[in-house]
Design a binder for this molecule. Structure first.
Ligand SMILES: *Cc1c(COP(=O)(O)O)cnc(C)c1O
Length: 220
């Protein structure tokens, strides 16, 4: 089987599963953006995805992403851990950042981003150090700053299910957090949640953006 056929089959399966998960809870696929996570995969794979109609691509490392984003037109999402000294590079190619969790990173973005960005603030569902995300007041403080920005747009919240947690419970909690959040930030009505292992549960709990890598492109 050619790489094209392999990716095409995997993509079709993922799209079917997304549609079924959406239908189960009375949602439709057009409410849900599929971000193909192309990290570690070559630009030739991104080209194939593009030829199959995918227009949203996700990356974690700026050095890996820049040449792909320069080659393939689309909406490019950054979802990795942010390092201050990489923000200039990240904002040179990314259109959407999913993993903002520090005020000082947003201040840098305000100073250096060459374009207007869509921003998700990352929530930590278990408060664990090291996997990113904020909780409670700190999350609201950061969101307030983004919401006040004249240039960048607060889109919503992003989370990953904690290690060892049941995705269904984790995303139910995320949904509750998001409902409270949009009371204060009504425009931030997007929810970035769900990866290869748990996107169906994320869709059940309202995800508007799923970030899927290995189910489409294979194991890394
Ligand atoms: C790598 C990654 C994904 C995609 O993961 P898969 O399990 O390959 O689908 C999604 N979100 C984040 C934050 C990631 O780092």
């Amino acid at each position: 089987m050619t790489r094209h056929d392999e990716i095409s089959e995997n993509l079709a399966k993922v799209q079917e599963r997304m549609a079924a998960a959406a239908k189960k809870v009375g949602r439709t696929l057009d409410e849900i953006t599929l971000i193909a996570v192309t990290k570690t995969f070559p630009v030739s794979d991104v080209e194939i995805l593009k030829s199959l109609g995918v227009t949203n691509f996700g990356e974690n490392r700026e050095a890996d992403a820049a040449p792909k984003a320069a080659t393939i037109a689309g909406t490019w999402h950054f979802q990795g851990q942010i390092q201050s000294n990489k923000l200039k590079a990240i904002t040179s190619w990314a259109h959407v950042i999913h993993s903002l969790d520090q005020l000082r990173h947003f201040e840098i973005i305000e100073n250096i981003a060459p374009r207007s960005l869509g921003i998700f603030c990352q929530v930590s569902l278990d408060g664990a150090q090291g996997r990113g995300g904020l909780q409670g007041e700190k999350l609201y403080e950061l969101a307030q700053k983004v919401a006040q920005s004249a240039r960048h747009k607060l889109l919503g919240l992003m989370a990953v299910a904690p290690l060892g947690a049941k995705p269904d419970e984790a995303f139910a909690e995320l949904c509750t957090i998001h409902k409270a959040f949009i009371q204060q930030f009504p425009e931030a009505n997007q929810l970035s949640a769900g990866m290869s292992g748990d996107f169906e549960q994320a869709i059940a709990h309202g995800a508007t953006h799923v970030r899927i890598g290995s189910s489409i492109l294979g194991s890394r």
